[in-house]
Design a protein around this ligand. Structure first.
Ligand code: IMP
Length: 199
């Protein structure tokens, strides 16, 4: 049974993860397929804490291999804010536009050379006997205005190093090759494959 459960209801993440893991020949479900799983409170102090908590809580209920993702944007001059608060930076419920506007306001007078930022993603693959973590980082900088309509979250404000387009302007296939999420998933893929090849 090659079933993998994504410990998220965020359809933007689900879409990217399914595209990046598309070659694994797995049946990939997410929490939108499970109405009995309560909202998981992300009260950890690190991406690692939150990713592990999501993986464990979902595994307890579904008892199938679980993959969780906790991710966010770290802006150097803001002491790595919004960080683990990326989703709720401008309050709840999550509003991507308000988050981007708040970030732009906080960086209002910050010159280009101090607008360095990175996206970080921690993924956890949890099975009955294993819990494996992997990380992906994508370094770049924050623009002065939003550009592009693809992707989600802070994508319209983030230009990865070595590129001219924001995450939101580049084709999704390009984001899915270079992103923090793509790198984390590339690092964890061999462990997922090994598990499913053994069973
Ligand atoms: P999480 O659901 O707690 O992991 O929060 C993820 C939040 O980080 C999202 O709501 C976005 O604000 C931000 N984020 C994570 N990954 C990305 C991405 O690939 N592009 C843009 N924003 C992202």
């Amino acid at each position: 049974m090659r079933k993998l459960i994504l410990a998220t209801r965020n359809l933007d993440k689900v879409k990217e993860i399914k595209e990046i893991l598309g070659d694994l020949n797995l049946e990939i479900l997410d929490l939108n397929n499970y109405s009995n799983i309560p909202e998981i409170v992300e009260d950890g102090e690190t991406f690692e804490d939150n990713a592990i908590k999501k993986a464990r809580e979902v595994f307890k209920i579904v008892k199938l291999p679980v993959l969780s993702d906790d991710s966010g944007l770290e802006v150097e001059i803001l002491n790595n804010q919004p960080g683990i608060r990326s989703a709720r930076f401008a309050g709840e419920p999550t509003n991507y536009t308000k988050n981007n506007e708040k970030l732009l306001k906080m960086l209002d007078n910050v010159p280009d050379e101090f607008r360095k930022a990175q996206f970080r993603c921690i993924v956890v693959f949890k099975t009955k006997n294993e819990e494996i973590l992997a990380e992906g980082i994508c370094k770049g900088r924050i623009l002065r205005q939003m550009r592009g309509s693809g992707g989600f979250g802070y994508d319209p404000l983030f230009i990865p190093d070595g590129y001219e387009q924001t995450y939101a302007e580049m084709p999704q296939e390009v984001k899915n090759k270079i992103s923090h999420r793509a790198i984390a998933l590339k690092n964890i893929k061999p462990f997922i494959l090994e598990y499913f090849d053994k069973i």
